[in-house]
Write a protein of this length. Structure first.
Lengths: 205, 88
């Protein structure tokens, strides 16, 4: 999350915007551009559609700003608008199964992690390599939608379990179950790949 | 009581979130202390979550902000859509 966000009064900014000082909306949303775009991209899978969804979400948020209730964080509200926009688009394009179908698959299948004997930490500097960034992006994008959204909200946007639950309108218990599966799916997919790209690997072991 | 690896895997996510009840956490911890495979699974999962959360994984396209704010400007300075309300 953006470093400047903690030091500003968003309720005050929103009140000013609703009071007619609409220019302030630019500043209000600036810290959340990446969050909204990231949510859109992980669903739309191509940059042009993701940008369209993100723009649409910011416009809808502006038009509906009066309906924002201060009991949620503005960022969470914004992200949930983006999420709905992306879901709606996809449903329209018929690219994903409906949620209810995914829901029924939830109880099936136990996820086993990738088994490793040891793990050498992959440092954040590894993200300077494009192939590593692509690998991570692909892993998130290839999760089934119900798992993708919990990982994005909880682990990427760092919302709490309760905030995640409120955003996608499921119970906190269901968030924990999905999160568990999603995290193991990521581990299963990424651990072997990352291990083989880690330059710190020692040949003689 | 001793638990098997398979059962430890079921607790990994909540272990990471520090949301396990103390007794369960203790059991899992004792297993992790002597099981290198489960420790490696825990470490790799944690590591992967840190990496996926990094802001550099998903980047804004060049010009994204400019295009967004230009579009917002059109909206803010009224192009006749003021009365329109979209459902959220």
């Amino acid at each position: 999350m953006h470093p400047d966000v903690a030091n500003r009064d968003e309720a005050e900014m929103i009140a000013a915007i609703l009071d007619g000082n609409t220019e302030k909306y630019h500043d209000l949303i600036r810290p959340y551009e990446l969050s909204v775009y990231r949510m859109a991209l992980s669903f739309m899978k191509n940059e042009a559609d993701a940008e369209e969804v993100a723009q649409e979400a910011f416009l809808k948020a502006f038009r509906n700003l009066a309906s924002f209730r201060g009991n949620a964080k503005f960022s969470t509200w914004l992200i949930s608008i983006a999420l709905n926009e992306a879901r709606g688009r996809l449903r329209h394009q018929n690219l994903i199964r409906t949620d209810s179908l995914d829901e029924t698959r939830e109880g099936i299948g136990h996820i086993s992690p990738a088994l490793l004997r040891d793990w050498r930490e992959v440092p954040s500097e590894a993200l300077e390599r494009r192939e590593i960034r692509e690998m991570l992006k692909e892993a998130i994008q290839s999760l089934p939608p119900i798992y993708r959204e919990v990982v994005l909200l909880r682990d990427v946007e760092e919302l709490s379990v309760d905030e995640t639950a409120a955003t996608i309108k499921i119970s906190p218990a269901a968030v924990r179950v999905r999160l568990h599966r999603a995290r193991l799916m990521l581990q299963k997919d990424l651990a072997p790949k990352l291990k083989s790209t880690n330059p710190k690997r020692r040949w003689f072991r | 009581m001793i638990i098997e690896c398979k059962h430890v895997w079921d607790y990994i996510s909540e272990y990471i979130d520090n949301s396990l009840p103390p007794e369960t956490r203790e059991l899992v911890q004792r297993h992790l202390d002597h099981c290198e495979i489960c420790s490696a699974i825990l470490d790799s999962t944690r590591n992967i979550l840190v990496l996926t959360a990094d802001d550099s994984v998903f980047e804004l396209p060049v010009g994204f902000s400019d295009r967004l704010h230009a579009r917002l400007d059109e909206e803010i300075h009224g192009t006749g859509r003021k009365s329109e309300k979209d459902p959220v």
